[in-house]
Design a protein around this ligand. Structure first.
Ligand code: PHB
Length: 368
């Protein structure tokens, strides 16, 4: 019997992958904040090593600057010490036979000065997200109205993404995923619910896509298109974001990404962590108009993933929450074994509990 295509090797850009199961980016808030948002602690390394059965791991979002941070204890990728920490993670993943990309991230308006060392949130326009709070060491706080970015601030952020990509390669990553999804900075520029600018970075669809494409161009110039992808979520309402015409906005963006020859697009289909069947964007059409790889995410189970890859509708499927509770997820999918359920109460808590203590099938069998 030949193995299902989901479990067969593939290639994303210039990256050879052992199977088409991708570990999705997951914020876990275990960085060493006091030492400067450092990755690379023993449990951080162990967490990724345990999940190296994935054909490709996409790291948790890693901020490109202090001002781009929106949650407690998320790791950065702008300092030399952070690069040194990430080297420990990438070495462990490579030694275990997998590949790993850095997800490079700027949260834009989804933050609070208590998380950024006192810096104000940045955004395309001075519009606060409604119904979104920031989680700080002082508890839940309202998010202030962000600063509308000027040209100098926009150029600085583009350079931060460029530096993050260079740092990612120095740290041993196989490439980067630009975080263009979920209502963070790039997505705030893309969708007109947050972008009400009347300059070159707003207004028309092309204007709203300008920041995303400048960042892609800077990152591609730094590390080459074959190691670059982007995550998009045209329909998600997460972080109070919406667009008046997602089909038009994201069709334009995907066409421009295709012209640049980047390695992949990674779509969150529907609402992040929620309903898949929202109307307003044709993912299959996007897939046909993009020559690189298409990574699909959001609520896939085994049967859906097998079918999506077998039919050629997608090249790979990214799993998020299932990877939290099942370090050996690929093995379990292969065997059609039961999956453990993740415990949301430890998603963002410090330390090893709920992080590196989920058992593999083998470990479960030994204790049964
Ligand atoms: C989160 O930390 O809750 C989070 C971070 C990045 C995302 C989505 C959620 O894209």
């Amino acid at each position: 019997m030949t193995e299902a295509r989901l479990f067969q090797p593939g290639r994303i850009g210039s990256i050879d992958i052992a199977n088409r199961v991708v570990m999705a980016p997951l914020t876990r808030s275990r960085a060493d904040e006091a030492a400067g948002d450092l990755p690379g602690s023993d449990i951080h390394v162990e967490y990724y090593r345990q999940r190296s059965g994935a054909g490709l791991i996409i790291s948790e979002g890693t901020q490109v600057s202090p001002q781009g941070k929106g949650y407690m204890a998320t790791p950065g990728i702008y300092s030399d010490a952070q690069v040194e920490g990430w080297k420990r993670v990438t070495a462990a993943v490579h030694q275990a036979g997998s590949k790993i990309l850095a997800q490079i991230w700027h949260v834009g308006r989804i933050t609070h000065p208590a998380l950024t060392g006192g810096l104000p949130p940045l955004a395309p326009s001075a519009i606060a997200p409604r119904g979104v709070v920031a989680y700080t060491h002082q508890g839940k706080v309202d998010i202030p109205v962000p600063q509308a970015m000027n040209q100098q601030q926009i150029s600085a952020v583009v350079n931060e993404f460029r530096r993050a990509a260079a740092n990612a390669l120095r740290a041993g990553f196989d490439g980067v995923e630009i975080h263009g999804a979920n209502g963070y900075l790039i997505d705030q520029f893309l969708r007109d619910g947050a972008n009400q600018r009347d300059d070159a970075y707003g207004g028309s669809v092309a204007g709203r896509c300008k920041l995303a494409l400048e960042i892609v161009d800077a990152v591609v110039a730094e590390i080459g298109a074959s190691r670059v992808g982007i995550r998009l979520s045209p329909l998600t309402p997460f972080n109070d974001l919406a667009d008046s015409d997602p089909q038009r906005t994201f069709e334009h963006l995907v066409a421009e990404l295709d012209r640049r020859g980047i390695a992949f697009v990674h779509f969150i289909e529907g609402a992040t962590g929620g309903a898949r069947d929202l109307p307003g964007f044709d993912y299959a059409k996007a897939r046909k108009s993009f020559r690189g790889a298409y990574i699909a995410n959001n609520g896939y189970d085994r049967a859906m993933a097998l079918d999506a890859v077998e039919s050629g509708r997608v090249d790979a499927v990214a799993f998020g929450r299932p990877f939290i509770a099942n370090p050996d997820l690929v093995q379990r999918l292969r065997l059609n074994a039961a999956l453990s359920a993740p415990d949301p109460s430890t998603f963002y808590t410090p330390g090893p509990v709920g992080y590196v203590d989920y058992p593999t099938l083998d470990a479960q069998a030994q204790t049964a």
